[in-house]
Design a protein around this ligand. Structure first.
Ligand SMILES: Cc1cc2nc3c(=O)[nH]c(=O)nc-3n(C[C@H](O)[C@H](O)[C@H](O)COP(=O)(O)OP(=O)(O)OC[C@H]3O[C@@H](n4cnc5c(N)ncnc54)[C@H](O)[C@@H]3O)c2cc1C
Length: 441
């Protein structure tokens, strides 16, 4: 039997890659650490999807007997040159690979400010994920703050689930937003329509522009947020503060395979091939760009991995989506003024309780890690790494294997398996002393 193509990540990029590759009969193993497919944007499982594109992809995959979906399995480390170590709730397993498509997505950029570690303060996408996961929000007062279009999507989700939107605070000014709107009108009318539809769902919500977070306050949990708009401070009582400053590509899997990285993303060529033979990448891990880019890149990667040339329509869709991604990056890059949110006593590394003042004397990650333990807790710098890159210009610390925390039993599996194989060979050799050892392997 030929080895299946392995697609890591079942978000839009992974679903599109798996569908495109399997359409020609290629066997595909789709792996995700969530219990259901869909990734970030289509979170919650097929029964909750409203985007027809998700259902079309999933229905096609389910109808193909040569496609297997392995849910709740996280790739944590390599288990030899062509094998992966996966951890599941039922234990660990080793999966050999021949060809792989990495579709590991993105995570939120969380920037520190006084009070950001209080219960009730979340990332904007994080709150959305909690809501999609079933958290009750009816009657809760929510402030959504930060910058970028994800704030609108999150605010709409909050309202739809009965949350009371106290305010939507965008750090960019009205003129920045007008410029963005004009560029959308020129080149991305579909996206402009989507933004207007979202805005219509948010009618009546106070929309503060040029507004920044000063602090989140409360005793034991969030009670209020202090915002500053044009030099004027405003205190807003609330139960949740959902803050979003953009996304950063998840690089764990790209690092695991040894793929070349550049400017915080996995480098790919026109066919979505990485620098490593047999490894493709698609979606947010190759650069933040949204669902349309993830779908187009996923299709191209899937077809190429199955030995099929991409269609012109896919190449056009990718080019369009990439142009939109560049516009987004240009229009909503976090402004340097946001660095001022982080004051001396503000916690920056929440795993090790390291505050900004402790990090200030250092000139890079190495000395900061050695002397403060910043970035050395359970998240291994996944949160404070990106924050310090923004605050101090320090390149995020390189990831080590295992790229995700894993149990000792999981990490011991490759060694245990090698030992068991050696013992088996010994036993067979002892039973058939005349047999040359290579033949028993
Ligand atoms: C918190 C959050 C909320 C978002 N909400 C929206 C929104 O409302 N609207 C919008 O337009 N865009 C949203 N986005 C942007 C969104 O990421 C993209 O539009 C789209 O989902 C990208 O698709 P993708 O397939 O590249 O990545 P994802 O959808 O992120 O899928 C990646 C998948 O890979 C899995 N994975 C990663 N590492 C491993 C591993 N080691 N082992 C196994 N599985 C792994 C992840 O669990 C995930 O399911 C959000 C992003 C984030 C981070």
């Amino acid at each position: 039997m030929s080895a299946p193509l392995i697609v890591l990540g079942a978000g839009p990029a992974g679903l599109a890659a798996a569908e495109a590759a399997s359409s020609s009969g290629q066997a595909v193993l789709l792996v995700d650490d969530n219990s259901a497919p869909g990734g970030q944007i289509w979170r919650g499982g097929p029964q909750r999807w409203r985007d027809a594109r998700a259902s079309v992809l999933w229905d096609a995959l389910r109808a193909r007997p040569h496609v297997t979906f392995m849910a709740g399995a996280r790739v944590v480390a390599p288990a030899g040159p062509q094998a992966l170590l996966l951890e599941t709730a039922d234990g660990a397993l080793i999966q050999p690979w021949d060809k792989v498509i990495v579709c590991s997505g993105a995570r939120e950029l969380l920037l520190p400010f006084p009070g950001w570690t209080l219960p009730g303060v979340t990332g904007a996408g994080g709150l959305q994920a909690l809501i999609k996961g079933g958290m009750a929000l009816a009657g809760k007062r929510v402030v959504v703050a930060g910058t970028g279009p994800l704030l609108l999507a999150v605010a709409a989700t909050v309202r739809e689930h009965g949350g009371v939107l106290v305010a939507l605070a965008e750090h960019r000014t009205s003129s920045d937003l007008a410029r963005f709107g004009a560029r959308l009108a020129l080149a991305h009318q579909g996206k402009l329509l989507q933004s207007l539809q979202l805005a219509a769902r948010l009618r009546g919500v106070p929309y503060l522009r040029g507004a920044g977070i000063v602090s989140a306050e409360g005793s034991g949990r969030l009670e209020r947020v202090l915002l500053r708009q044009r030099g004027r401070d405003e205190v807003l009582d609330c139960d949740f503060l959902a803050c979003g400053f953009g996304l950063v590509p998840s690089l764990e899997l790209g690092t695991l395979f040894g793929c070349a990285l550049e400017q915080g993303r996995v480098v790919v060529d026109a066919a979505q091939r990485t620098s490593v033979q047999g490894v493709w990448a698609a979606g947010e891990s190759t650069g933040i760009g949204g669902v349309d880019k993830a779908l187009a890149q996923g299709r191209i990667a899937g077809l190429d991995a199955a030995g099929i040339a991409p269609r012109t329509a896919d190449l056009r869709a990718r080019a369009r989506a990439q142009a939109f991604a560049e516009l987004l990056a240009h229009s909503f890059a976090p402004l340097p003024a946001l660095r001022a949110m982080c004051t001396g006593p503000t916690i920056v590394c929440r795993c090790e309780d390291v505050v900004a003042a402790d990090l200030a004397p250092h000139t890079g990650w190495r000395s900061a890690k050695l002397q403060t333990r910043a970035g050395m807790g359970p998240c291994q710098g996944r949160v404070c790494g990106a924050a310090c890159e923004f605050l101090h210009g320090w390149e995020a610390p390189g990831l080590r294997q295992p790229v995700f925390p894993a149990s000792a039993a999981t990490l011991a599996l490759p060694q245990a398996q090698t030992q068991a194989q050696t013992e088996r060979v010994d036993t067979v050799t002892r039973a058939h002393p005349a047999l040359p050892q290579q033949q028993t392997n």
